[in-house]
Design a protein around this ligand. Sequence first.
Ligand code: AMP
Length: 276
Amino acid sequence: MQEYSRCLRRQGKRIGLVPTMGYLHEGHLSLVRRSVRENDKTVVSVFVNPMQFGPREDFKKYPRAFKRDEEMLRRSGVDVLFYPSSKAVYPEPYYTTVNVEYLTEPLCDRSRPGHFRGVTTVVAKLFNITTPDSAYFGRKDAQQAAVIKKMAVDLNMGIKIVTMPIVREKGGLAMSSRNAYLSEEERRDAAVLYEALALAKGMIKKGRRSSGEIKDAMRGLIRKKKTAKIDYIEIVNEDTFKNISRPTGKVLIALAVYIGRTRLIDNIRLKAGYYQ
Ligand code: AMP
């Protein structure tokens, strides 16, 4: 892969990279289509990265459907499907990691310690292997996208990080490979993540400015669902991910909720011009 990327670069080709863990859906494909539009060659990586899963997490049972993914990518005009083995990515002994400080501390890392270190390490490796001009990430994983942007700037990687909006099911549920774990009842309950975000947005639109009050209302709504258990609900500054007590400026409302045994995340952004 590295040799091929270098060869493309020598020919002056623009390379776009879309890193994924496979089990593809429309969210992934929105990134793929943008990359195909903006580059001469698009590389999609499919790699379920063991380093970003905690010891009690779902690495082993993470959904995999390689043939289906391959077919979807073929139809989307992707040039290269890169699917390395764990052994090739992490040859034994493996000693080197990449870690972004501060931005990784709030939100997801609290309940998934070491998660972002795993993400930045594998993405740095994928960048070195595929040498992209641009790499594409979804804002569903807003903290991940921000952390990767910071890594690319701090380490002078010279790669443009492009982020794309969240693609949702009809009922509002953010598309995710992990939705495959949900039973019918759980899938119905899972719509509450987006409903809670919409509730928060509506409250802010009406002039409510207490993060505490807004989060309480969101909690109240989510707790009505039998299968739901809140991991976190946070109202933060979109750039720093620091908590804010009064939403104003560029705000991210983010949450993680267990639906049954499945942990789902979602968020919405409010732009500076949102508040009247
Ligand atoms: P994953 O395979 O879950 O690691 O996701 C690979 C990339 O697709 C990440 O950049 C995600 O943020 C992005 N992605 C996943 N789900 C969605 C979605 N519903 N909308 C937009 N992007 C998404």
